[in-house]
Design a protein around this ligand. Structure first.
Ligand SMILES: Nc1nc2c(ncn2[C@@H]2O[C@H](COP(=O)(O)OP(=O)(O)OP(=O)(O)O)[C@@H](O)[C@H]2O)c(=O)[nH]1
Ligand SMILES: [Mg+2]
Length: 211
C-alpha cells in the first residue's frame, strides 16, 4: 500500500488533482485507489466519481493530520489496509500542512501495516506566483512546502502562458533543486499519466529534511 500526498497551499488545486489522478490510476493503470481528505468543511469529492471508479473516500476533519489528529490519520490508514486493501492511498492534507510532517504521521502506521511512502507531490498555483512566494506570512509556508516536495507540479497550466510557466519553474527551482518539476492541468488532464507513472515507480521517498 503506497501513500502519496498531494499537498500545496489553499486553493492550489489539490482536490481537483487527486480526483483526476485517482481516475487515471483506477482507469488506465487498473489500480485500487483510496482517497484521504483532510478538508476543513464539507467533503468535496463527488459521490458519483467515487461510485464510477470504485474509489473509497475517508474524510478527516477537525484538525490537521500531521498534528492534532495524527492518530486518527494513522488509524485510517491501518483500517483501509485491512478492509479496502488499496494499492494507493492519495492523501490531501490541508493547505497549510507541512509535507514532511505528513510523511512522518503516515510512517506511524508502518508498525501495524505494510505501507511504503510515495513522493510528496506539492502543487504550485501558476496563476498567482507573486502572492504565494513574496507575501511575508504565506511565503514561509509555501517555501517550506516546496522545499519538502519530491515532485513539484505547477498547476492550472490551462490558464497561463508559456512565459508565466517558465517563471514559475524558475522560482520553485530556486527553492528546491532536487525535486522533479512538472506541469499539470486537472481540468484538461494534462500531466496526469506522467504523474501516475512517477508515483507508481517503486521508489521510497523518506521524510528527509525534518527541521
Ligand atoms: N483553470 C483551472 N482551474 C483549476 C484547476 N484545478 C483546480 N482549479 C480551480 O481552482 C479552485 C481550487 O481548486 P481545488 O481543487 O478545490 O483546490 P484545493 O487545493 O483542493 O483547495 P483547498 O482544499 O480549499 O485548499 C477551484 O475553483 C478549481 O476549479 C486547473 O487545472 N485549471
Ligand atoms: Mg481541497
Amino acid at each position: 500500500m503506497r501513500i502519496i500526498q498531494i499537498a500545496g497551499f489553499l486553493g492550489s488545486g489539490k482536490t481537483s488533482a487527486i480526483i483526476s489522478l485517482a481516475r487515471t490510476l483506477s482507469g488506465d493503470f487498473k489500480k485500487r485507489v483510496a482517497l484521504v481528505v483532510n478538508e476543513i468543511g464539507e467533503i468535496p469529492v463527488d459521490g458519483k466519481v467515487v461510485e464510477e471508479y470504485g474509489l473509497r473516500v475517508k474524510d478527516l476533519g477537525g484538525g490537521c493530520i500531521c498534528c492534532e489528529i495524527a492518530t486518527s490519520f494513522t488509524n485510517t490508514l491501518i483500517l483501509l489496509s485491512q478492509t479496502f486493501k488499496p494499492d494507493f492511498i492519495l492523501v490531501e492534507p490541508t493547505g497549510v500542512a507541512i509535507p514532511n510532517q505528513v510523511k512522518l504521521a503516515a510512517l506511524m502506521a508502518k508498525r501495524d501495516c505494510d505501507i511504503n511512502l510515495g513522493p510528496a507531490v506539492v502543487l504550485f498555483d501558476a496563476t498567482r506566483p507573486e502572492e504565494l512566494l513574496f507575501n511575508d506570512i504565506l511565503g514561509n509556508i509555501v517555501i517550506r512546502q516546496i522545499s519538502d516536495a519530491d515532485i513539484i507540479a505547477i498547476s492550472k497550466i490551462d490558464v497561463v502562458n508559456e512565459e508565466q510557466l517558465v517563471d514559475c519553474e524558475q522560482e520553485v527551482k530556486k527553492i528546491n533543486q532536487k525535486a522533479k518539476i512538472m506541469r499539470i492541468s486537472s481540468i484538461r488532464g494534462d500531466g496526469m499519466v506522467e504523474l501516475a507513472k512517477l508515483i507508481t515507480e517503486p521508489v521510497e521517498y523518506p521524510a528527509y529534511q525534518i527541521r
